[in-house]
Design a protein. Structure first.
Length: 281
């Protein structure tokens, strides 16, 4: 799609001018907490264990489904929902993921796209995609939220999963469930990115890229979930999310056991992974 005149001008401005102007133009694009007030939210990751995690949850009770990047066109069997349903799409809006098209958005029923990268260099892309994908709102996560996550990660780039979980844990939602996250320690669900065919390939690729810090992400999610529970939020973590936190961090996760699913075939779980805690609700 040809770039508009305003985008062409912005892209040619020197960074010292472009940054402040982009901040001004995108100041009203932050994800609105009121959009999420009182919602029962299910965040669906892309790990190969997603189906197992979903089997432990009562998926039909959640009324807002969150997916990421290639999850837009990756079908997943969901009790009570269409296999492609996606209400809120967190996306990098870069060529690293499959293209977002109006047809895909319409098929999945996407109500809003959240540009998960809020750095100054990405703001122009937010504006470009907002113009290209007219009909579906394009918003961004608050810039300070992204900066805070990056600082907590020692400068590493937060993954889409951590960004979404962090944002939702701070939103006025009624319930939150997180499924299908293993912090890059396992392969993807079939159809998401078949180039990563084994668990070792997943670990090797994230290590070679050097963008993310899986251990730090697992520790941050564990801390933030525990804090949300202490504030009274109803949070459920899929059995494999709990296992992955224990495995990746090598730390006990007693403070998270209240998040184990209370329904489905995987409600009672134990973990034989070396160094991981025994997980029983």
């Amino acid at each position: 799609m040809p770039m508009s005149l305003e985008h062409a001008i912005l892209s040619r401005l020197p960074p010292v001018l472009r940054g402040p102007l982009l901040q001004l133009l995108t100041r009203n694009l932050d994800l609105d907490p009121e959009m999420l007030r009182g919602r029962r939210v299910l965040i669906m990751g892309s790990a190969s264990c997603l189906a197992e995690d979903l089997g432990a949850l009562d998926c039909a009770r959640y009324d807002l489904l969150v997916r990421f990047n290639n999850g837009l066109d990756t079908p997943v069997q969901l009790r009570g929902h269409d296999a492609l349903r996606c209400d809120l799409l967190f996306h990098s809006l870069t060529g690293d993921a499959r293209p977002v098209t109006p047809d895909k958005l319409d098929r999945a029923g996407v109500r809003c796209i959240v540009h998960r990268t809020a750095t100054r260099s990405a703001l122009l892309n937010t504006l470009i995609q907002k113009k290209r994908l007219r009909g579906v709102p394009v918003v961004r996560i608050p810039l300070e939220r992204y900066r805070s996550l990056s600082r907590r990660l020692g400068g590493a780039s937060p993954s889409s999963g951590l960004v979404a979980a962090s944002v939702m844990l701070d939103m006025p939602v009624a319930e939150l469930a997180i499924a299908g996250f293993t912090f890059f320690s396992t392969r993807y669900i079939a159809g998401y990115d078949d180039a990563v065919a084994t668990d070792e390939a997943a670990r090797s690729r994230v290590a070679a890229a050097g963008h993310h810090d899986p251990e730090a992400e697992a520790a941050i999610l564990a801390k933030d979930v525990a804090a949300a529970i202490s504030r009274g939020m109803n949070v459920t973590l899929g059995p494999n999310v709990l296992r992955a936190i224990a495995r990746v961090t090598g730390r006990p996760i007693d403070s998270l056991l209240a998040c184990a699913p209370s329904s489905g075939p995987q409600a009672q779980i134990s973990n034989s992974d070396p160094g991981a805690a025994d997980l029983r609700p």
